[in-house]
Design a protein around this ligand. Structure first.
Ligand SMILES: *Cc1c(COP(=O)(O)O)cnc(C)c1O
Length: 945
């Protein structure tokens, strides 16, 4: 590869590619220890894991222990066919995960009673904020006030406060049980927690009526398991329902990752944030899934998008949906009944010893009044291995879940000072579920709130009832998809590198997976030690002083970083500094995040070489100098080049009093060679699900740490229930950005293991290999497709953009045709039309060997030849292997073959495919049809007949 490029070492190549002014020499002293072997890294992780205490978490507050069915753990969570897939932007090769996600949406709409659900939010607390923003967009009220249930989870309250403050929204906390809102209130919406944080189950329909009368919308956070027994939010007047699906078989993981959810009533679907899966049809008219209404999303609407969400929680949404598929409606109702019975039994026992409960209506959570001795009760429980919730000095909270046993209940009763009598009846598995018609069946649930309507009636929730059937369903879906376990996914900007098995191992260990996010510090020392090490390592490689691992995705890291900048300006009295400069080439999340941080976006032009136009930047800095908050710049740029002028750019912004946000998603081009902190960056986010080996999971989870210089550290995310406020880089005091103190903590061992096994030298070598591969592809393909941008050295960074617009002019073949034809050749298409329309952006990463890279290059060259054959008239423009791609087995087998090219050309363009063909399950999908005929729930089985 070096020979082809004319360099004699990778270091020489990198010295030429990376501008000398930003190049850092390898460091003599490093916080990053020398590379460990796989065995050594696992042993160290075992030692860290052993410092976590696997207590029985009964804290509740939105997090519950759960049994992950083994068939789901093994075949989804631990299966690369599911965890290494990408976001389903190429729907023809994503039908399996799209079906799993439409099952998820159907599950959520059925249980909430609302019309349309999206394919996952990042967590419950952020989903509540997004719900508030839906209400603000959709409400006819001019009010700026949002009513909030006083009985809301503490983390949700803190998140609402932080995010509302940035947007100038006023929050009114109201104890709805004591004072329902007056009829003449002036609000754009209200939020209700159902059941309440205290466990209280109540009928909020009067609140909903009052809010509707004021022209506002009602947002309800509802527990999905409770909804199998309780009346749906829709039936009580909710316009929007949000929550978490964690307790549907997704491990606690010290706070995440878990899938949040959002559902809306009819008429609000265009206001939904995030991804929405829908049904359309393929070229043969067969039903096919794809992402719907993408024009709401940040990658198209930018600062006008409904949210900044990009990476979501797909893998966890798949797990939760499969939990519902496996258990079915009767099974879920059985689990919920068992939970409610256990809570009932405990309540009865406590009351019989004259202990008072805050509410006699509950599902799974009790608030017990123990004036003066709450701390003692919690301590006694802890000594026996149980974590309870210390509400205040007079109150203890206890939550039961599907894993709670009769022995657990006895131990908890003992902690309250009761004799440890046996629990029989309550909590016994196998008791008959509460039938739909039985109104007096549950002592804790008021009769009027018992659910009587059916849900999850679609066959998918009533078919796969044995482990054999479930295993086969999961395999059938996985076989429809193309993930990294089939071949390279050369998606520019997305860094689809290897997610090594050793890196993944610790995610499943109970010491990491069965840990509650609000467990006491003494029980999570292993987690905190690992987190601190990772913070220190990431600070070193980026040249920053402080790192927060709380953000659940790159977009959330951006928001946290921009809010830190805003906090800093406000502390300096710079109230007016709200303008955020963003180059036109930036990722869509940048603009959307700036708006959510309360900033206004001013776009900076790019020059012909793809760099930030320095003159335009200087002009815009001058024009907005007094109001300049920040510049958001991606380095290397989203055009895949190392900009020479980056130091001049950051200097110009600093001179005008602005802060520099460097989008660090492209760190795979820099790690070990340059550091954002040295480029003049004040704050950055990284994407651990790109550079640091966390898998993409079909569109999530992710971790988007925010890293900053010391002056911004005080404004980085804190959390009201964090075990510690101090971090390696200082004390963080900004508002929270995620529901859990350390965000998606349970996947941090992946990045920890990656760094630990690479060492500083390995990280540098990976960067070099990634840059070498990208340049090799650019060099090999440039005579067939022009490479759009290169740096002054003529080299690209870790990705390259091929311009397919000339091909279209010459042959009529579009970038879409090429992307879909690549499926016939056995590839996932590169990033299409981002950041420039009509182009393909290719990022091979360091993980692909030369054989796979050559296979890709040869496919691209062969496709060029096919396009030229169309131009030469060998095949008609409207009937050739490119416009008809991808070809399914059915398309070449059924009926007479009437195309001007052979069936072999259609499906075996390369002879090696005869033995190793990936068969797409559908032909090209009609996107516009799906948006015109919006269906976002499981279609009837007959549709596939
Ligand atoms: C991937 C990416 C983001 C967004 O990250 P998510 O984790 O998907 O939210 C932002 N900026 C750039 C340049 C990216 O490539």
């Amino acid at each position: 590869m070096l020979n082809a490029l004319g360099y004699d070492s990778v270091d020489a190549l990198l010295r030429t590619a990376v501008p000398a002014s930003i190049h850092v020499a390898p460091r003599d002293t490093s916080d990053i220890p020398p590379a460990a072997t796989e065995a050594e890294a696992l042993a160290e992780l075992r030692a860290l894991a052993s410092q976590n205490r696997t207590a029985r978490p009964m804290i509740g507050l939105g997090y519950y222990d759960t049994f992950t069915p083994s068939v789901i753990a093994r075949n989804v969570l631990e299966n690369p066919s599911w965890y290494t897939a990408y976001t389903p932007y190429q729907p023809e090769i994503s039908q399996g995960r799209l079906e799993a996600l439409i099952n998820f949406q159907t599950m959520v709409t059925d249980l909430t009673g609302l019309a349309t659900a999206n394919a996952s939010m990042l967590d419950e607390a952020t989903a509540v904020v997004e719900g508030m923003l839906v209400a603000r967009r959709a409400s006819k009220s001019a009010s700026n006030t949002f009513l909030v249930d006083a009985d809301t989870l503490p983390q949700t309250k803190a998140l609402l406060e932080h995010r509302a403050a940035a947007l100038g929204i006023e929050l009114h906390f109201t104890p709805f049980d004591m004072s329902p809102p007056p009829v003449d209130i002036d609000v754009f919406g209200a939020f209700v927690q159902y059941p309440g944080a205290s466990g209280r189950v109540w009928d909020f329909s009067e609140v909903a009526e009052a809010v509707h009368a004021a022209g506002g919308l009602v947002v309800v956070a509802a527990d999905l398991l409770a909804l199998t027994l309780l009346r749906s939010p829709a039936s009580l007047g909710a316009d929007v329902a949000v929550g978490t699906t964690q307790r549907f078989g997704v491990p606690l993981g010290f706070g995440g990752p878990h899938a949040g959810y959002m559902a809306v009533r009819a008429g609000l679907e265009r206001q939904l944030p995030g991804r929405l899966v829908g049904v359309s049809q393929d070229a043969s008219g067969h039903p096919a899934y794809r992402l719907s209404l993408q024009t709401r999303e940040q990658h198209i609407r930018r600062e006008k998008a409904t949210s900044n969400i990009c990476t979501a929680q797909v893998l966890l949404a798949v797990m939760a949906s499969m939990y519902a598929v496996y258990h079915g409606p009767a099974g879920l109702r059985q689990i919920a009944t068992d939970v409610a019975r256990k809570a009932e039994a405990l309540a009865e026992r406590l009351r019989s010893y004259d202990l008072r409960l805050a509410s006699d209506a509950f599902f799974d959570t009790l608030r017990v009044s123990v004036p003066g001795s709450a701390a003692r009760v919690v301590e006694r429980a802890r000594a026996r291995g149980y974590q309870l919730h210390l509400v205040d000095e007079a109150t203890v909270g206890v939550s039961v879940d599907e894993t709670t046993t009769a022995d657990d209940l006895a131990a908890v009763a003992w902690a309250f000072g009761l004799p440890e009598g046996e629990f029989v009846g309550g909590g016994e598995q196998g008791e008959r579920a509460v039938p739909f018609a039985d109104a007096t069946a549950l002592a804790g649930v008021p009769e009027a709130l018992l659910r009587r309507d059916a849900y999850l009636q679609h066959p998918v929730f009533n078919t796969h009832r044995s482990e054999t059937a479930m295993m086969r369903y999961l395999k059938t879906l996985a076989d429809r998809d193309y993930a990294l376990d089939r071949g390279m996914i050369p998606l520019g900007s997305c860094t689809m590198k290897l997610n090594a098995a050793t890196e993944m191992a610790a995610v499943s260990w109970p010491e990491f997976s069965r840990v509650h996010p609000f467990a006491p510090e003494a029980d999570v020392r292993g987690y905190l030690a690992m987190i601190e090490q990772l913070e220190v390592w990431l600070a070193e490689v980026t040249g920053y002083d402080a790192v927060s691992l709380q953000p659940n995705a790159g977009s959330q890291g951006e928001l946290a970083g921009l809010l830190a900048i805003r906090g800093y300006h406000l502390a300096n009295g710079d109230v007016e500094r709200t303008v955020c400069l963003i180059p036109s080439s930036a990722h869509g999340t940048n603009a959307a995040s700036a708006v959510l941080a309360g900033m206004s976006v001013v776009v900076v032009a790019c020059d012909e070489a793809g760099n930030v136009d320095l003159d335009d930047l200087r002009a815009k800095v001058a024009a907005h100098a007094d109001r300049l908050a920040a510049l958001m710049i991606t380095y290397p740029s989203t055009h895949g080049v190392y900009e020479q002028d980056v130091l001049d750019i950051t200097q110009a912004v600093h001179d005008a009093g602005g802060q520099v946000y460097v989008d660090g998603a492209n760190l795979n081009a820099l790690l070990g060679y340059a550091r954002f902190g040295d480029l003049g960056g004040d704050v950055s986010h990284l994407n651990l699900h790109k550079t640091f080996a966390i898998p993409h999971g079909g569109g999530g989870p992710g971790v988007g740490p925010v890293a900053a210089k010391a002056h911004l550290a005080p404004y980085l995310p804190s959390h009201p229930l964090a075990q510690r406020a101090d971090h390696a880089g200082g004390v963080f005091e900004g508002g929270p950005i995620s529901a859990a103190p350390y965000g998606s903590a349970s996947i941090l061992p992946i990045s920890w293991a990656y760094v630990r096994m690479m060492g500083a030298e390995g990280l540098r070598a990976a960067t070099a290999a990634a840059v070498l591969s990208a340049n090799y592809i650019a060099a090999r393909l440039s005579e067939h497709y022009p490479v759009l941008y290169a740096g002054e050295s003529g080299l690209v960074a870790h990705e390259c953009i091929l311009d397919l617009r000339p091909l279209r002019e010459e042959t009529g073949v579009t970038v879409d045709d090429v992307a879909k034809r690549l499926i016939d050749y056995g590839f996932h298409a590169p990033t299409m039309s981002f950041p420039v329309a009509g182009t393909l952006m290719i990022e091979p990463t360091e993980s692909e060997d030369l054989g796979e890279i050559e296979r890709f290059i040869e496919a691209m060259i062969a496709i060029k030849a096919e396009a030229l054959a169309v131009a030469a008239g060998q095949w008609p423009a409207d009937d050739n292997p490119l416009v008809n791609a991808p070809h399914t087995a059915q398309a070449v087998v059924v009926g007479e073959w009437q195309h001007p090219y052979s069936r072999e050309v259609a499906v075996y363009p390369v002879p090696a495919q005869v033995r190793s063909k990936y068969w797409p399950p559908v032909r090209r999908i009609d996107n516009a049809w799906g948006d015109r005929n919006l269906v976002c729930a499981c279609p009837p089985v007959e549709a596939f007949a």
